[in-house]
Design a protein around this ligand. Sequence first.
Ligand code: RRO
Length: 311
Amino acid sequence: MTNRLHATIADINFEGILANASGVHCQTKEELAELLASPYVATAVTKSSTKEVRTGNPKPSYYEFEQGSINSMGLPNNGFDYYLDYVSQDHSQKPVILSVASLSMTEGIELLKRVQDSDFQGITEFNLSCPNVVGKPQVAYDFETTHQILTEVFKFFKKPLGVKLPPYFDFAHFDQMADILNQFPLSHINSVNSIGNGLYVDVETEASVIKPKKGFGGLGGAMILPTALANVRAFRERLNPDIKIIGTGGVTSGEEVFAHILCGADLVSVGTELQRQGIGLFEKLQHELLMIMNEKGYQSIDEFKGQLKTM
Ligand code: RRO
């Protein structure tokens, strides 16, 4: 069963292709351990970590509605050391991905230097796209700064490193960002983070639904699927084949997992729906994906990965 669903990123093998989206079920070691204990989970990604422990933005900072979710968590996390310690332990052969946030260039670089100097040999993911810290724009919407940061980082960073990207909405931006990313030996991109700074309005109460930033927050869940697929596809068509893709956004069933792979995703991660349903969701997703593959006569995801047909 597992060899039908597999992936390789930076020569690290994944048995299965499903993961949590960073931010969901990954703030504590216990939550990460629960993810890794599921036979349907290929890898766990930690909550994005900062140098200092953060409690995050005032609550309520997360809200679910029929078509998706809105959040302005504000990077609550137990601090970089906590997650580095966790990922450095042995997790019975399952890879764990360490997510590091970049609130400032100096802090991001300091943390990545500590990863480089540590015993951790796995994959690190640099989050260039948190939409919810007041006064800190999403780095990856600033192409010059992104290029500058990656240039500095790859002067010393020799371990597998990927980046978490925000969604882009214009071909010029896909082109520009891919040109930048192709200049570096990235292990992967994770695409997409939430669609930044949406606003959900409850007409009955005539109010916004989360407290931080007067209700503005990152959108996730079913409604962002076409944006997520567009980003996975656009980057798969533009990036060097060595840069793998973790597809994130809009997955609620095996059908969307299939669509992400068809667009070129190597791994597929799930946020809002995991928050809704809990870890049992992964068994359902894998079962549904395999049913679709059976119906279509695919033995392995290699037979349709990236093979989207166009008119
Ligand atoms: O913690 C958050 O508010 C958060 C982060 Br760091 C992120 O990358 N994406 C998101 O939707 N929320």
